[in-house]
Design a protein. Structure first.
Length: 95
């Protein structure tokens, strides 16, 4: 069983109290740095097919079954669309 260490908890509380947030000057300095370097323009994500496949498999580490809930919903939606199309064809041609 994992019992928390009281000394470690106290040290964490002291460290949290030391951090008071950013001053307005510090905030402006960070803002100017972000505008200068534009980090969002460099974050492109995976480019190669291998990298895209690796990134897609990242979320599958903790899933319970072979398929994710999102994949199952997509498949169920496709089946629903197929059933709707079949019903529409039956109404159109046979009715």
């Amino acid at each position: 069983m994992n019992v928390p260490n009281p000394r470690r908890q106290a040290a964490g509380k002291v460290n949290r109290l030391k951090r008071k947030g950013l001053t307005p000057e510090g905030q402006e300095k960070l803002r100017q740095s972000a505008l200068l370097h534009r980090p969002w323009s460099h974050a492109t994500g995976p480019i190669t097919a291998e990298g895209k496949a690796r990134a897609a498999s990242n979320g599958k580490v903790r899933q319970k079954g072979d398929r994710s809930v999102r994949e199952l919903r997509r498949l169920a939606g496709a089946i629903d669309a197929l059933v709707d199309n079949m019903a529409a064809l039956r109404r159109c041609c046979c009715g």
